[in-house]
Design a protein around this ligand. Structure first.
Ligand code: SAH
Length: 358
């Protein structure tokens, strides 16, 4: 059995209420005990059976020998001056993934990983540079949100699939995790966003689920040649087809699509590219989210454009009537960009980040 299958077979995290009811019955207990377990793990964020104080002690002990809850270990934790917290979580098989907690005045957001590593190999991305390990189980995805909630003491109300991995390559577990987050953890579908490199067949499959979640498409250039250079996955899907698939998604779900655009100095930040982008997106129900490149450290060939260049790019889009947002800079002091922390730990042998081992 693979590590993923083992987790799915044994851990309680990732199971639906119905699964947990059957599990309780299989142990000779009434079905409502299963609902109590679900309440503890998904609503109250219990990481251990001892915490489940309204279950009989004998049953809790039995549970401990039957199945793990499935929570990951926090291997490292770093807190930024702005309150952003980056977790490096160690899974049952030793794989390490990143989760970022982003507190705002009016909401609390978590950026989750969907895979350990990523096979998409985008040239500017730290995760893309460090290779692919495996898909995450639905429970391992949900656990990241619960971990941030437990640590912060704040209710999480937004989840973005913008951590490590390509979520649409892990579609069944992605869907399962979204349903659990929605039904059991209590996060509204419209507060969940899934970011993809742009895999058209999977975007169509996702649209058929008719979820009210936001689709974020990593565009990074309106030109096929530039996209292909930055993102090998783009070679398969022409940008015009991608924008069409995204428009179909918007139509079928009633949700506006977000295009992510990581600005890389001298590569995709020219006024000419902005004009081409505006032309490509003319009339689309969408918004463009500009993300100034977050340098990934040793071996990186890219740079962030300066402020005036970013402002010029933005203005060009706005004048063409495109809705533009700019990602607020968060956690820059703690390597909060995708895959940066894990990569830094591997390449620089950092043993004691600011907060140290959790
Ligand atoms: N596989 C998904 C999720 C990736 S992470 C996808 O491709 O969309 C979320 C976003 O951050 C993507 O748009 C990704 O291209 C971008 N990104 C990755 N590394 C970055 C960096 N160092 N600086 C800025 N944006 C980055």
């Amino acid at each position: 059995m693979t590590a993923l299958e083992t987790f799915e077979k044994t851990a309680l995290l990732g199971q639906t209420i119905e699964d947990l009811e059957s599990f309780a019955k299989s142990l000779g207990e009434p079905a409502y005990r299963g609902r109590q377990i679900a309440d503890w793990i998904y609503r109250r964020g219990a990481a251990a059976f001892e915490e489940m104080s309204d279950l009989p002690k004998r049953f809790r002990e039995r549970l401990g020998s039957e199945a793990p809850v499935g929570t990951a270990q926090v291997a490292y934790r770093q807190t930024s001056g702005d309150g952003t917290v980056k977790f490096l979580l160690e899974l049952a098989d030793g794989e390490r993934i990143e989760t970022v907690y982003l507190p705002y005045e009016d909401r609390a957001s978590v950026c989750v990983s969907s895979q350990a590593g990523c096979p998409m190999a985008c040239d500017f991305c730290a995760t893309g540079k460090s290779g692919y390990r495996r898909n995450l189980a639905a429970g391992e995805i949900v656990d990241q949100v619960l971990c941030a909630q437990r640590f912060s003491g704040r209710r999480i109300d937004h989840v973005v699939f913008m951590g490590m991995g390509e979520p649409l390559l892990n579609l069944p577990n992605l869907l399962k995790s979204i349903r659990l987050l929605n039904r059991e953890v209590g996060i509204a579908q419209r507060q969940i966003a899934v970011s993809t490199v742009g895999l058209i067949p999977a975007i169509r499959e996702l649209a058929r689920e008719k979820l009210r979640i936001t689709l974020a498409v990593s565009l990074h250039s309106p030109e096929d040649s530039v996209r292909a250079r930055l993102m090998p996955a783009a070679k398969k899907y022409p940008v015009t087809s991608l924008v069409r698939a995204a428009a179909e998604y918007a139509e079928q779900t009633g949700r506006r699509v977000t295009y992510e655009y990581t600005l890389l100095k001298g590569i995709n930040d020219t006024p000419e590219q902005a004009r081409l982008l505006a032309r490509l997106l003319k009339g689309a129900v969408c918004a463009v989210n500009l993300i100034p490149f977050n340098p990934i450290g040793p071996g990186g060939d890219y740079a962030r454009p300066d402020g005036s260049r970013i402002a010029r790019f933005r203005l060009e889009l706005e004048e063409a009537g495109i809705a533009v947002t700019q990602r607020a800079e968060r956690g820059r002091d703690i390597a909060a960009a995708c895959g940066q922390l894990r990569r830094r730990m591997e390449t620089e042998h950092v043993s004691q980040p600011s907060d140290g081992p959790a």
